[in-house]
Design a protein around this ligand. Structure first.
Ligand SMILES: CC(C)(COP(=O)(O)OP(=O)(O)OC[C@H]1O[C@@H](n2cnc3c(N)ncnc32)[C@H](O)[C@@H]1OP(=O)(O)O)[C@@H](O)C(=O)NCCC(=O)NCCS
Length: 169
């Protein structure tokens, strides 16, 4: 059984390993296989996002962390920075439950939308988020999406394969 709760500072240490494990999924995609060996978000960055109050973790019956979602409120929108589920725990509904936890929280805070950037054609990216109610949006719609895509371009991500998505609440 999996449970979802708000992340605490103690969770930050386990999060880089979860992201590293989750990235194994990209080995199946030849032109994105490099992501599996790319650097992951630091423990310090996770700790900083947890401090802002919009980060969730999933854990299994033995209390081991299996996944996380980190986000940040900007201009009344909950922007999702990263979501990862351990490779041996994927496709069990944890990702969907993490999104649901974030959405419940955003609704309770009366935020107007949730947003993210992701790969357009990777099955567990844009098509998955579309199945959670997100829609493709012009990044000019919202400055955080525009600046995030620009930072991704500068970091060397293949920007033509990225898209911006939003879910109005
Ligand atoms: C995205 C991610 C967090 C989803 O977590 P998850 O626990 O596997 O998600 P769920 O089980 O709730 O649903 C996953 C859905 O994505 C799609 N999906 C996931 N993996 C897939 C695969 N290998 N092939 C095809 N579709 C896949 C399916 O639609 C699946 O739903 P289904 O199993 O009901 O068909 C996880 O795949 C992951 O960590 N990926 C690597 C990191 C990443 O891409 N993060 C997102 C960055 S924007």
């Amino acid at each position: 059984m999996q449970t979802i709760r708000l992340a605490t500072q103690q969770d930050a240490a386990a999060m880089p390993d979860i992201e590293r494990s989750s990235g194994e999924a990209f080995r199946k995609i030849p032109n994105l296989a490099w992501i599996a060996d790319d650097k992951v978000t630091s423990q310090e960055r996770h700790a900083a996002l947890i401090r802002l109050g919009a980060a969730w973790v999933s854990r299994d019956a033995s209390n081991k962390l299996t996944g996380f979602l980190t986000a940040e409120v900007r201009e009344d929108v909950l922007h999702i920075w990263q979501m990862s589920v351990r490779s041996d725990q994927q496709r069990k509904g944890i990702g969907r439950n993490l999104i649901q936890a974030a959405e419940n929280w955003a609704r309770a805070k009366q935020l107007v939308a949730m947003s993210l950037t992701t790969f357009r054609d990777v099955p567990w990216n844009a098509p998955f988020y579309a199945s959670c109610g997100f829609q493709d949006v012009d990044p000019h719609f919202y400055s955080v999406l525009q600046s995030t895509l620009e930072a991704e371009r500068q970091a060397g991500l293949p920007i033509e394969q990225r898209c911006a998505m939003i879910r109005l609440l």
